[in-house]
Design a protein around this ligand. Structure first.
Ligand code: MN
Ligand code: MN
Length: 296
């Protein structure tokens, strides 16, 4: 399969996994069960996760994934963002959707979805990333909300989730022109809060950075394993939890982060505690527009 076809394949698997996984998001279901289901289905379909499924709820915008012992269940008023990444030989499909379990927050979700639709309608060669940011910002503000201004869409290249160029969710001074054949993830976030996310202390998602001297044997074990298996793309705490005694896992990961062996993706929370909705598709720029890759 050529690279172009692998992008399409990864996107279509991501879309199918999303459709199936989001149905499992309901009151009383465990987050861990949905995560295992979604990631298992990706493997079943012959692909691999490009990153751990993000299940971010309410004021959390991104980067929450259940840990190995997670017992949290979905609650009736939760506003849930599922963000799923799939890769086929390094070609990535990245898709996200929001679901309000109690059926509320319709306008907030619609704002993110409309922003995504409007951005996709405007995408074509020669259009600039900051113009797309302007469209996202205006659409979300017209709904009476704010875009999250420090989260962005991003270029997708082989084995690289963030291929250098970002697509802002607000109008910025400078932009980059889209070119035919480029692949991008477009992902507006809408909020009724301050329009900005901040890091929480915790991280459940990490990425390999470099081999560093490590005192703790368990830290060395984890680092060798992730270098072998996830050297380019992010992984979850729960993907390495069985490598070491559970009571040493947290300490080993902290040592790996403080030694700069691993990059931590901190959980991102809306600064003012506002609710956050997200919509995301991966697209390829065509001669006259763009093709949505994350569709079945
Ligand atoms: Mn995503
Ligand atoms: Mn993305």
């Amino acid at each position: 399969m050529a690279g172009d076809d692998k992008f399409r394949e990864a996107g279509s698997i991501a879309a199918e996994v999303m459709d199936a996984a989001i149905k499992k998001v309901k009151v009383g279901a465990r987050l861990l069960e949905v995560a295992n289901y979604a990631e298992g289905k990706i493997f079943e379909m012959g692909a691999k996760p490009a990153f751990p499924i993000n299940i971010s709820i309410n004021e959390r915008a991104a980067h929450y994934t259940p840990d190995a012992g997670d017992t949290r269940v979905f609650e009736k008023d939760d506003l849930v963002k599922l963000d799923i990444g799939v890769h086929v030989d390094g070609y990535i499909g990245d898709i996200a959707r929001s679901k309000a379990i109690g059926g509320g927050h319709k306008k907030l979700i619609a704002a993110a979805e409309a922003a995504l639709d409007n951005a996709i309608s405007a995408l074509k060669p020669g259009v600039k990333t900051n113009e797309i940011g302007g469209i996202v910002e205006k659409t979300i503000k017209d709904f009476g909300f704010l875009p999250v201004n420090n989260l962005t869409g991003h270029m997708l290249t082989e084995w690289n989730l963030h291929g250098g160029i970002v697509v802002p969710n607000v109008r910025t001074m400078h932009g980059h022109k889209f070119r035919e054949g480029d692949v991008f993830a477009i992902e507006p976030f809408s909020t009724d809060g301050a329009g900005r996310v901040v890091d929480e202390a915790n991280a459940m998602i990490f990425r390999y950075l470099a081999d560093k001297p490590l005192r703790m044997r368990e830290a060395r074990t984890i680092l060798a394993y992730v270098k072998e298996n996830y050297s380019m793309l992010p992984f979850a705490e729960r993907w390495v939890a069985d490598l070491v005694p559970r009571f040493k896992l947290g300490l080993a990961l902290r040592q790996l982060v403080s030694s700069k062996s691993l990059h931590p993706y901190h959980i991102l929370r809306e600064r003012a505690g506002g609710l956050v909705a997200q919509a995301e598709h991966s697209v390829r720029i065509t001669s006259g527009g763009c093709e949505i890759l994350t569709e079945k």
